[in-house]
Design a binder for this molecule. Structure first.
Ligand SMILES: [Zn+2]
Length: 259
């Protein structure tokens, strides 16, 4: 009964072996994998994965701040096509019945440049999630305080902070707001996440891999099966039996996604 609530299983990263990766996940005990889209191409890919692996893969669609993504992709020389953000929001809205969540969305002050435009798009996506009543899976990079301020202007609880890098005060704000943290597999060697695991009520914790990134094993491509490593870590840090951790986290997954 394990879940990977945030990963990227696009062809760019899993070109020839996505079947094998899904098989590995099943063997490891995963019952839910939520691949995220960040732009038109990856949104469509996430939908296709949901159709290809029904009962296990449940897509999330989103828009990563286009100015930040553009820079990131140009650096990796993967190309970038300009697209109509409002048309893409409409596309997400039309596919609402096929989604488990809106994500990956958020703000990026590290790679992005046009912060007012980022906020405009982010707010539209938050409002869409509220309208269609789906959880929000959020990434904020060097924009954690701003993202929290914006979210606090809405009275919405179905919020997951994916791979949250903000400081202790901001972590506490998330706890106080009763939002959730999805803990990446890289937590096995990251004191920041280990502190979050120790100090956060268990009902506010979920597991993710952010595959292909943030592997628990250095220099390896990450995959959903590796959430097992986070479960082991949580059991160790909270002094609990692994099966109890699995049960509690699965309950959180069920509550959040209403399954
Ligand atoms: Zn991600």
């Amino acid at each position: 009964m394990l879940a990977d609530v945030h990963c990227h299983l696009d062809e760019t990263f899993f070109k020839d072996d996505v079947d094998k990766v899904i098989e590995n996940a099943k063997k490891a005990g995963l019952k839910a994998i939520v691949p995220a889209g960040v732009d038109p191409k990856t949104n469509r890919n996430a939908l296709l994965l949901g159709e290809r692996y029904p009962g296990l893969v449940y897509p999330a669609l989103g828009i990563y701040p286009p100015d930040a993504l553009k820079r990131e992709l140009e650096e990796t020389k993967d190309g970038f096509s300009h697209y109509d953000v409002d048309a893409e929001i409409e596309f997400i809205s039309q596919n609402a019945s096929k989604l488990w969540a809106i994500g990956e969305v958020g703000m990026d002050f590290k790679d992005g440049t046009d912060f007012p435009e980022q906020e405009r798009i982010f707010r539209k996506l938050v409002e869409l999630a509220i309208k269609i009543d789906k959880p929000l899976i959020i990434h904020s990079r060097k924009a954690e305080a701003k993202v929290i301020d914006i979210l606090e202007t809405y009275n919405y609880r179905r919020i997951v902070m994916h791979c949250f890098g903000g400081n202790h005060n901001l972590v506490q704000k998330i706890r106080d707001n009763k939002w959730l943290f999805s803990i990446p597999t890289s937590a096995v060697r990251d004191q920041h996440f280990q502190k979050i695991i120790r100090e956060t009520p268990l009902f506010q914790i979920l597991t993710e891999t952010d595959s292909p990134f943030l592997s628990p094993f250095k220099e390896q491509r990450n995959e959903p099966a590796n959430v097992v490593e986070t479960v082991k870590l949580i059991a160790q840090l909270r002094n609990m039996a692994e099966e109890d951790v699995v049960g509690r986290l699965w309950k959180n997954t069920k509550v959040l996604f209403r399954i």
